[in-house]
Design a protein around this ligand. Structure first.
Ligand code: SAM
Length: 228
């Protein structure tokens, strides 16, 4: 079973969206498991304080290295990389999700306030991962994004794995446009080729559309696709 361990000051945010739909079903089916650890339980302080002011001044508070390190050290049996959700980390993408799905699990460290003491990250050789160029209030939603994208790639989570092959970012292409019933809606027709039953023609159309959309909307992906 793929195991997720989450260190957070707000463990009640989990499973959150991960308890529903595809990820929720996969959890019920024992394809993945979730364990949360409350960082506050490792405070040295009688009031449960986990943070302090930054040396050198500056806004906000910083999570203390000894507290977060004790929380991390309490995990002895968790598999996989130790990941700190961080705006300055490597940008999360489909390739990272794929590689994570091939591990036995992962440990997610969710920051709050201004973040965690740098020494904790260096000492433990932590991987830093960003979910985009914006600032969230904490790492919990980031961890849920990474987990959602990863869990759907685990074996037997998505019934028809053909569906995964055509998804956006596979082979550096965005997905082709999708259509369903009715055939005519507000005078707009479903493209004729999709009704033709000619599998070869449909496949070619899908590829051409995916190429056209990628070229138009994501020139960065398009140049990777052309190179590959
Ligand atoms: C308010 S943020 C801290 C921002 C930090 N002081 C900075 O300027 O980079 C609090 C926590 O949210 C998480 N976080 C915020 N934005 C994120 C992002 N784009 N990707 C991943 N984690 C993020 C991190 O765990 C971070 O420690």
């Amino acid at each position: 079973m793929w195991s997720a361990t989450v260190l957070s000051l707000f463990p009640e945010m989990f499973p959150g969206t991960l308890g529903l739909s595809i990820a929720g079903k996969a959890m019920k089916n024992n394809i993945w498991s979730l364990k949360t650890i409350n960082i506050r339980d490792f405070s040295n302080d009688k009031n449960g304080k986990v943070d302090d002011v930054p040396f050198g001044g500056g806004a906000g508070m910083v999570i203390k290295p000894d507290v977060i390190d004790k929380a991390l050290s309490s995990i002895i049996d968790a598999e996989g990389p130790r990941i700190y959700l961080s705006p300055r980390g490597k940008k999360f993408d489909q390739r990272f999700a794929k590689s994570l799905s091939e591990e036995k699990g992962a440990v997610f460290i969710c920051g709050r306030y201004e973040g965690v003491d740098e020494r904790f990250l260096v000492h433990n050789d932590i991987i830093e991962l960003s979910v985009g160029d914006y600032i969230l209030s904490g790492g919990e939603l980031g961890a849920q994004i990474v987990l959602d994208a990863t869990i759907r790639l685990l074996p037997d989570v998505i019934g028809n794995s053909e569906g995964l092959i055509d998804e956006s970012f596979e082979n550096n292409l965005l997905e082709y446009p999708l259509y369903t019933q009715p055939r005519v809606w507000k005078d707009r027709m479903v493209p004729e080729v999709l009704l033709s039953g000619d599998h070869k023609k449909i496949k070619d159309w899908k590829l051409k559309q995916a190429e056209k959309i990628t070229k138009l909307k994501r020139p960065d992906l398009w140049s990777k696709y052309k190179k590959s």
